[in-house]
Design a protein. Structure first.
Length: 151
């Protein structure tokens, strides 16, 4: 039984999701991991639950849309921890939650608003380069903020 507020995924959607190429699931997972994982010291595994969330997302929203949503969530202050609980809400299951197209649209719009030439999907190298540059920029910014706070 799904948790309150969560919709049960219909069997026909699960059957279609089982046909999603593993390469697409793996690519989406690796992209998510490069953005959100590792802050606690260990990298999460691609569990069956996470793989299902990704494959259902790809089935329902499309591969390109899911990639844009995963990247776009990075630009949501609320989801990155600027909220009353100071907790990030960045699980792959939340980002690609089935039946919540409004959430996917929000993340895709954040992607479009924050990345250049966002009407085309980037190839793997462009994504890796851009995300690495963004990560480096944010790391330097965090270090500067830490130094200012210490003084």
């Amino acid at each position: 039984m799904p948790r309150p507020g969560h919709r049960k995924i219909p069997p026909e959607v699960l059957a279609a999701a089982a046909q999603v190429p593993l390469e697409r699931v793996g690519y989406t997972w690796e992209l998510w991991k490069s953005l959100y994982a590792g802050s606690k010291g260990k990298l999460p595994k691609l569990s069956p639950k996470r793989a299902e969330a990704i494959s259902v997302g790809i089935t329902e929203y499309g591969f390109e849309t899911c990639i844009k949503a995963v990247i776009g969530a990075f630009f949501s202050p609320w989801h990155m921890g600027d909220n009353p609980s100071r907790k990030p809400y960045t699980s792959i299951e939340l980002i690609l939650r089935w039946g919540e197209r409004w959430r996917i649209n929000k993340f895709v719009n954040l992607y479009k608003d924050n990345l250049p030439d966002s009407n085309k999907i980037w190839d793997e190298h462009e994504i890796a380069y851009s995300l690495n540059a963004l990560h480096n920029h944010l790391t330097v910014a965090d270090e500067l903020v830490d130094k200012v706070v210490e003084k």
